[in-house]
Ligand binder design. Structure first.
Ligand SMILES: [Fe+2]
Length: 286
């Protein structure tokens, strides 16, 4: 199968995970600058389970507000439209994907831990260095590898090929894909994000997170996700390791040099926030 055939087959899968209507409605509301707080609140309140989750979220250590937020209107005012929409997208995607291991040691818990670490890291890169929306970066980080899950679920033979080769040769998943397949998880993930009608920036971040180029659309936003993924992987593999600058795009190296020179200390400073994200988003009750 070539890339087009794989995407075509993906298009015909009927039971592919879907997001709740509230996500589509909120995305539409957010495109309209006239949307009022009341409209956003009504949309959220129609989905009671989601409304409760949002309140739990704003009252959690992850957001760290001092006073208790007891209704959706307050939550929207405190967090803003965009942050609330992003929180709902995040929760919905985690809920929409399977819970159990999809193949041998491809565990969903580990998958989400990596994704949440990348989410928190990209959010913080945005806050520290380059003026991109921290909330958008969080969701971009959370969703960057979603194509792996779809591959494991619906293209089992392709996934097994990559996984086996990756372990045999001690490569990254992406390196093994490049050797074994005509497609990769970034393209599959971007395809899914398009089907979910997510904002274009997110689609671009998922599509290019392994292969950053300054010419791509939304490049500054995408670079945060790309860098965060590299930072999380580098420090996970070896806490003392230096980032392999030679493997990075020169533009990303320049950004790191100019904006993030204390990178090791800075990254360790994120530990508590990453832990808070785990305990919130991975709580089965959430
Ligand atoms: Fe990836």
């Amino acid at each position: 199968m070539d890339e087009q055939q794989i995407l075509k087959q993906l298009n015909t899968i009927k039971d592919i995970p879907t997001l709740p209507t509230i996500v589509y409605e909120l995305n539409q509301h957010l495109e309209n600058p006239e949307t009022s707080i009341a409209t956003v609140c009504e949309t959220i309140e129609r989905d009671q389970a989601m409304a409760l989750r949002i309140l739990k979220l704003v009252n959690s250590a992850f957001y760290g507000f001092k006073s208790k937020v007891s209704d959706i209107k307050n939550a929207v005012v405190l967090l803003g439209f965009n942050a609330v929409r992003n929180a709902i997208v995040s929760v919905s995607v985690i809920k929409a994907l399977p819970k159990n291991a999809l193949f041998q040691d491809f565990e969903m818990d580990a998958f989400w831990k990596h994704s949440l670490a990348v989410a928190v890291t990209s959010k913080n890169i945005a806050q520290k260095a380059n003026g991109e929306s921290p909330d958008n970066c969080f969701v971009g980080g959370l969703l960057h590898d979603v194509g792996k899950v779809i591959m494991a679920q619906y293209f089992r033979d392709l996934f097994v090929k990559v996984w086996t080769y990756m372990q045999q040769e001690c490569l990254s998943f992406y390196e093994a894909e490049q050797h074994e397949l005509p497609i990769d998880h970034a393209r599959i993930g971007a395809y899914l994000a398009q089907r979910w009608a997510l904002p274009q920036g997110l689609i671009d971040a998922i599509r290019w997170h392994q292969d950053f180029q300054p010419e791509i659309p939304n490049a500054k936003f995408v670079m945060n996700i790309y860098l965060a993924n590299i930072l999380v992987n580098s420090y996970d593999e070896n806490p003392d390791c230096e980032i392999d600058m030679a493997a990075l795009h020169p533009k990303a190296v320049k950004f790191l040099m100019e904006q993030m020179e204390d990178i090791g200390d800075w990254y360790y400073g994120l530990t508590d926030e990453i832990e808070a994200a785990y305990s919130l988003f991975l709580d089965p009750e959430f």
